[in-house]
Design a protein. Structure first.
Length: 522
């Protein structure tokens, strides 16, 4: 029995081979539209144009081709129902058993430079998604191929089942089809949102929030070996870590990617600064430093907590040079990322063949929103990328900070915002000396940071500054800091007992700066 296959494709990959097999081996009759019909005819395959089949010409410059009852009736007919078969007969409609459609290249179009809104809109497919959804809905009777990647599997299925497809196979294709059209619509929605603008501050309160990822990369495992994990690319073109170039080393793991992103967020604070280095372990910085030379910045960051740095992640805001590469090879590290890597440095780093070395030219490119999944839903917030305005800071104590102290306080504040709450950070000479991260109380975080700083040689803690991501509701942290040698504190303020901490700082001859902004990181 002759069966009908409808083909309407933008991507012609594998089309002719699929169509030839359908015709010559399985006796399908081909119906096709526009450019697809032309390609098939040029391959000497018998094909009927959709316009000839429906009796309705393509109109509006090709915007309307397949939107016709003879097409959609043939796809949606439930051929095991007498009434549907009678309707087909009464309207001279043939049932369609196989639909092969892929969509206009909308995402590929908007990924190009200087694409106009009008050009993008013309790549919004209308008939294609309608065909796909109709065939997927009627998967009990119709096979839907929505990607050239599925052609080989379909031919294998036909071969294994006497020219038929099983319901199980059609169901899997139907699910893939609906996921495909969902991702396609989301890409259009996201693009138009960017073109037409956000709806002010309440934009996140939109009725639906959709996430979409593609180009899946199956990872060895997630946080632990018993947790499967997959890495998806978001957006129409590779950006962020999807665009990073891995120069050497083992494949990236789930934990690597999380730590790399944490390191990127911190080093992004310093992309325009002097050479800077960031060391991250388990999503928290264990050493951050700025210097006049990159190798010095790295050495200072390493010295901040060399024990925690073992097996850590390094992010640099300058191209890796030979001197820095040589120092990087002296410690066991998981990953190093920088905007670039000089040839001499790359040759040195190759001595550590398992070390993952990546280049990411735009370290400052982050995400506008943070999304966290919780049971039964998800939480969405704007990313904490608030610019720091020193002019808004309040010097709460009688003692005024020196120019150098203000620079140090700025450095400490830029880093502490990236430390898990409760967070306390001690720094001096643009080098972190001690970091207390993720503690259940601020006193505990302070004790960790101060004790780590006190271990540094040469009384480095004397004259250092302390930063707190949240306010200090009691004066205990102030007194502990002063006893350790801290001379200046920066914190948000906002506690009803701010005056207790300010008074203690005054009595101890310390500087205290209130930013008016907190930076909790849960």
């Amino acid at each position: 029995m002759t069966r009908i296959a409808l083909l309407s494709t933008s991507d012609k990959t594998g089309l002719v081979n699929l169509a030839r097999t359908l015709v010559e081996k399985y006796q399908f009759q081909l119906i096709s539209s526009g450019g697809t019909a032309k390609v098939l005819a040029e391959a000497n395959l018998p094909v009927t144009k959709v316009s000839d089949y429906t009796g309705a010409p393509e109109i509006l410059g090709g915007r309307v081709k397949t939107l016709h009852p003879k097409v959609h009736g043939g796809i949606l007919a439930q051929t095991d129902l007498a009434q549907d078969n009678q309707d087909l007969q009464n309207n001279q409609i043939q049932s369609i058993a196989l639909v092969v459609v892929n969509l206009y290249p909308f995402e590929q179009t908007i990924a190009q430079e200087h694409v106009s809104l009008e050009e993008a809109i013309e790549q919004i497919d209308i008939g294609g998604p309608t065909l796909i959804r109709a065939a997927a809905k009627n998967h009990k009777h119709v096979t839907i191929l929505s990607s050239p990647d599925q052609y080989a599997a379909c031919l294998d299925e036909l071969e294994a089942n006497g020219g038929e497809t099983r319901l199980k196979f059609r169901r899997s294709l139907a699910l893939a089809a609906f996921q495909h059209t969902q991702a396609y619509d989301l890409a259009i929605s996201n693009y138009l949102t960017g073109q037409f603008g956000q709806q002010a501050e309440d934009e996140l309160a939109k009725p639906n929030y959709e996430l979409s990822g593609h180009n899946p990369k199956v990872l060895r495992y997630g946080e632990n070996p018993h947790q499967p994990a997959t890495w998806y690319q978001s957006g129409s073109k590779a950006t962020g870590w999807s665009a990073a170039q891995q120069l050497q080393g083992k494949e990236l793991s789930y934990n690597n990617l999380l730590d790399l992103e944490a390191a990127r967020r911190i080093v992004a604070e310093f992309v325009a600064d002097r050479p800077s280095a960031v060391l991250v372990k388990h999503n928290n910085p264990c050493g951050v430093a700025i210097a006049d030379d990159l190798v010095i910045a790295y050495q200072k960051a390493l010295a901040a907590d060399s024990i925690s740095a073992f097996g850590g992640i390094v992010a640099l805001n300058r191209a890796i040079d030979a001197a820095t590469a040589a120092k990087l090879t002296e410690t066991f590290l998981e990953c190093v990322v920088a905007p670039a890597c000089k040839p001499a440095a790359q040759e040195i780093l190759q001595r550590k063949s398992k070390l993952r070395v990546l280049t990411l030219p735009d370290l400052a490119q982050g995400t506008a929103e943070n999304v966290r999944l919780i049971a039964g839903g998800l939480l969405v917030q704007k990313s904490d990328q608030m610019p720091i305005h020193v002019d808004d800071w309040q010097i709460a104590t009688k003692k005024q900070p020196t120019a150098d102290q203000m620079e140090e306080l700025m450095f400490a504040w830029r880093v502490v915002r990236h430390v898990k709450s409760n967070a306390i950070l001690v720094s001096r000479d643009r080098q972190t000396l001690g970091i207390g991260a993720g503690q259940m109380n601020r006193v505990g975080a302070a004790q960790i940071a101060l004790s780590l700083a006190a271990e540094k040689p040469g009384q480095a803690i004397q004259g250092a500054v302390l930063a707190s991501d949240g306010f200090l509701p009691f004066d205990d942290t102030v007194k502990a800091a002063a006893a350790a040698g801290i001379t200046a504190i920066i914190q948000p303020g906002g506690s009803i007992r701010d005056q207790d901490s300010i008074q203690a700082a005054d009595e101890l001859g310390m500087v205290m700066v209130l930013t008016g902004v907190r930076h909790f990181l849960h």
